[in-house]
Design a protein around this ligand. Structure first.
Ligand SMILES: Cc1cc2nc3c(=O)[nH]c(=O)nc-3n(C[C@H](O)[C@H](O)[C@H](O)COP(=O)(O)OP(=O)(O)OC[C@H]3O[C@@H](n4cnc5c(N)ncnc54)[C@H](O)[C@@H]3O)c2cc1C
Length: 462
């Protein structure tokens, strides 16, 4: 049986790895349009000793499957520093530490006193009949406008570079939706789950944050995709864009840009949804249209390096997020050199700011000089950074993170309906059921498990 995979980001690579782990003699070929393997996993070590992540910064170590993948590939994960647990929100001209525990929340000035009281009212706030609320509708209804603007809206930027007035709560954060449905209140649900975990002596009590420790590798996230690529060897065909999909009898035919073609029994598309849409345009126009409806706004990642002697310690934690109400250029900034060791040369610091996303995609497309100037303005106003960076590198993603907007769940059902007509065609990647690297890995193993079901265990499906 021959399997073609299109796209050598983490989704395509992990799917290939998962198939081979179950069926070592499977014949697999992976087509990748770029010369570089890894997709949104994109690490660069620059002369001068800076190590920049142009895309994925890390993954949370709470999902066993990604850690098992590291183990299978012989990689040693690198945990972020304890200091990185401290996160800030920039609001009303100041940085506020995100409260981690209830007493800290009550004392925090991030929200006004009425704003904090409104959050406590969440315990008795009403439900909704709306089956697909936006993050803004949900946040305002349960926690009040102020908490929405200063907590939920920046969370939408931090994870999706998204617009909270468009993103679907149940598609973006299904667990939050489930907790409300199950307990009638987020606070009550959180407290109940924490008490339960304590009673059972478990250390994984859920908190207000995403949980787990941010994890990467000594040489950055590309260590994972490079190692997978090395192990997959000549099965990967870089710089080989797939143009279209056709069928020949029971087999799928991948049409390549150079006029070549390749037949296979199973075809797994692991490219971004917009690219899948292009490939499927003639093969199944309705499916193509559904895929093309998933928005991917532009995002730029701006890495700035400074010598400490010029700037001192700029911030003692992970970094900060900026609510859209503040109308700044940066969505948020991570002090990478505080998070993982080895990201900046001795005596220097590395900052990474995100610009663009669903609310201001046009900013991501500004020329370098303008972008650098606007980001510098924000870093000066927010962190008091007056020195010029000694190092700048801008990574551009014309189409960055898929947006699970309202209607996403219905779209997925319609895609599934359409796929029933095409046995042997599988769609995977971050466009469907989770944008994080962990989600991509879990979904890759589910895909492999569905194709080769006899060896998949329930534990792997978690
Ligand atoms: C700036 C940024 C920061 C992020 N940070 C994090 C983070 O810190 N943590 C986290 O968990 N997630 C993060 N993400 C989310 C991240 O996108 C996913 O977790 C994951 O890397 C997506 O992997 P993928 O393989 O599904 O898609 P991609 O990485 O997009 O891979 C798809 C591949 O398909 C290829 N392709 C496209 N068209 C064709 C074609 N016609 N023929 C052949 N190949 C094709 C592409 O070149 C690409 O290599 C970030 C995303 C961005 C953009």
């Amino acid at each position: 049986m021959k399997i073609s995979i299109v796209g050598a980001g983490i989704s395509g690579l992990a799917t290939a790895q998962a198939v081979l782990a179950r069926k070592p003699d499977a014949e697999i070929v992976i087509f990748e349009s770029e010369q570089r393997i890894g997709g949104k996993v994109w690490t660069e070590r620059r002369s001068g000793g800076y190590l920049c992540e142009g895309g994925v910064n890390g993954f949370l170590n709470k999902i066993p499957r990604t850690l098992e993948l590291c183990d299978e590939t012989g990689l040693t994960p690198l945990l972020s520093s304890i200091a990185a647990q401290k996160r800030y929100v920039f609001s009303r001209r100041g940085l506020h530490k995100l409260p981690e525990k209830p007493p800290e929340f009550l004392a925090s000035r991030l929200l006004s006193v009425p704003g904090r009281l409104r959050v406590l009212y969440e315990l008795i706030a009403g439900g909704t009949n709306n089956p697909d609320e936006t993050l803004a509708e949900f946040g305002t209804r349960r926690l009040g406008r102020e908490a929405f603007e200063r907590l939920i809206d920046p969370m939408a930027s931090g994870v999706f570079a998204g617009d909270a007035t468009k993103l679907s709560l149940k598609s973006c954060f299904p667990r939050i939706n489930e907790v409300e449905t199950e307990y009638g209140s987020l606070l009550r649900g959180l407290l109940t789950l924490q008490l339960k975990a304590r009673r059972e002596g478990r250390a994984d009590a859920p908190g207000p944050g995403p949980g787990g420790t941010l994890t990467s590798f000594a040489n950055g996230m590309s260590e994972l995709t490079d190692t997978l690529a090395e192990q997959l060897g000549s099965r990967i065909r870089p710089a080989t864009p797939v143009q279209a999909i056709t069928r020949s009898g029971d087999r799928y035919v991948v049409q390549l840009n150079d006029g070549g073609q390749e037949e296979s029994d199973l075809l797994i598309l692991a490219a971004p949804a917009h690219a899948q849409a292009r490939m499927l345009q003639s093969f199944d126009p309705a499916l193509s249209e559904l895929l093309d409806g998933i928005p991917y706004p532009a995002l730029s990642v701006c890495c700035f390096g400074y010598q400490k002697q010029h700037v001192g310690e700029v911030l003692d934690g992970f970094g900060f997020l900026v609510p859209s109400k503040e109308k700044r250029t940066v969505l948020g900034t991570i002090v990478d050199s505080n998070v993982f060791s080895g990201r900046a040369p001795e005596g220097s610091i590395l900052l990474r700011s995100m610009v663009g996303g669903a609310r201001t995609p046009e900013l991501a497309k500004l020329p370098d000089e303008q972008l650098i100037s606007l980001v510098s303005d924000d870093l000066r106003d927010i962190l008091g950074l007056r020195a010029e960076p000694e190092f700048v590198r801008i990574f551009r993603h014309e189409r960055a993170i898929p947006q699970y907007i309202v209607g996403h769940a219905n779209r997925l059902e319609a895609i599934d309906d359409q796929l029933r007509r095409h046995p042997g065609l599988v769609l995977t990647g971050n466009a469907f059921k989770g944008v994080s690297l962990n989600d991509c890995v879990v979904n890759a193993y589910k895909t492999a498990g569905a194709l080769i079901p006899d060896v998949i265990t329930d534990q792997m499906m978690d």
